[in-house]
Design a protein around this ligand. Structure first.
Ligand code: FES
Ligand code: FES
Length: 178
């Protein structure tokens, strides 16, 4: 039973099993990132996060836990925030992505990027790109009615430096401007 399930999972993500070994097949993915079109050949096991960092060299999206627990890898996928470490690149042929590198327009920071500076919403900065991308999603979704609501809807983004009060203040500031 367990073997059947494992084989079914392997086939569903593009793997082929031969005896005891598991082989992967390359997959061509075409997607738009920050307005630029890319076509990349990836191993079927490649996460969207690794495609961004390793293939497109967009290292502003951070790898923290690599298992969906910290939010450092948050990007906008077809306008919705996602943890890019938790999804396979091969599943997103034709997708439209926005990363931290694509937020500024015409040399002007996004209002939330500016608000992070104004409110001093970071210390080491490791979580910051994910916090900002998630904050942009939070504002777009309209989950900014109160500090508590922002904290609830930003709860998937962890800051080990504890910059949370300033992060909430930054989102409150930007929500008035976008
Ligand atoms: Fe993706 Fe932590 S690196 S959630
Ligand atoms: Fe250091 Fe958030 S600013 S982890």
């Amino acid at each position: 039973m367990a073997l059947t399930s494992a084989t079914g999972l392997a086939v569903s993500v593009g793997l082929t099993t031969t005896g005891d070994s598991v082989a992967t097949e390359p997959n061509t993915v075409s997607l738009t990132v920050n307005g630029a079109h890319h076509t990349v050949v990836v191993d079927n096991r490649t996460s969207l996060l690794d495609l961004l960092r390793e293939d497109l060299h967009l290292t502003g999206t951070r790898k923290g836990c690599d298992q969906g627990a910290c939010g450092a890898c948050t990007v906008l996928l077809d306008g919705r925030r996602v943890n890019s470490c938790l999804t396979l690149a091969a599943m997103h042929d034709g997708a439209d992505l926005t990363t931290i590198e694509g937020l500024a327009e015409n040399g002007n920071l996004h209002p939330l990027q500016q608000a992070f500076i104004d409110t001093d919403a970071f210390q080491c900065g490791y979580c910051t790109s994910g916090q900002i991308m998630s904050g942009v999603g939070c504002i777009k979704e309209g989950h900014v009615g109160s500090g508590d609501e922002i904290r609830e809807w930003m709860s998937g983004n962890i800051c080990r430096c504890g910059a949370y009060p300033s992060i909430v203040a930054a989102i409150e500031q930007a929500a008035k401007e976008v």
